[in-house]
Write a protein of this length. Sequence first.
Length: 242
Amino acid sequence: MAARERASSTNGIRSWPESERPRERLLANGARVLSDAELLAVIIRTGSGGETALDLARGILSRVGSIGGLDRAGLAELQGIPGLGPAKTAQLKAALEIARRFDGQEETRSAPLRTSRDAFRHLRPRYVGARKEMFECLLLDARNRAQKIVTVSEGSLTGSIVHPREAFSPAVRESAAAVLFVHNHPSGDPTPSHDDIQLTRRLVQTGEILGIPVLDHLIVGEGDAYTSLADLGHVPPSRTRG
């Protein structure tokens, strides 16, 4: 590590011993041996202004605090970091989005969603780092397996407007057996508001009229925080659950 520190500002990474170069270390030993900065250096590939890619990666993490902070940072904020232009910003955001889409996907792809925790684990990656409130409808088959998720409304940092007619349109169009609604609170606090509770009741009533049961309405907060309106008793148990 000391050798890399001494060389980073005056020589490119290619001048380092192969055993110390991030890309070569990854190929030889796997990605898990690399630090956060080294992983970012592999993604952005080149430095700028006399700095190596690793110098730049360390500077990025110093500004945003962590990989999570990098995910939450906006495009304009990242492009304001010296050495991080549009191309490198796009590379980083693309890598983070791939990770988000993969997270938990294989484990839950075909498994029935029997509990609110099952549903949260399936849906959580979609909302990591989200800065706007999104209201979405998860379409389920007769065995409560997730089939498709559709964004119904995307609002500002303060909220979104949802009408039951629009909320159920994807379910009717796709002949879903049941639905689960979900939205995030960008503030990080998943506590339901009065409006959240009233909307849930209207959605349940609409589902009863259409013959498409509402299994739950989840509110996703920060980290592992979430609230299930079904667990709170605002969504009646459905015969299709489990």
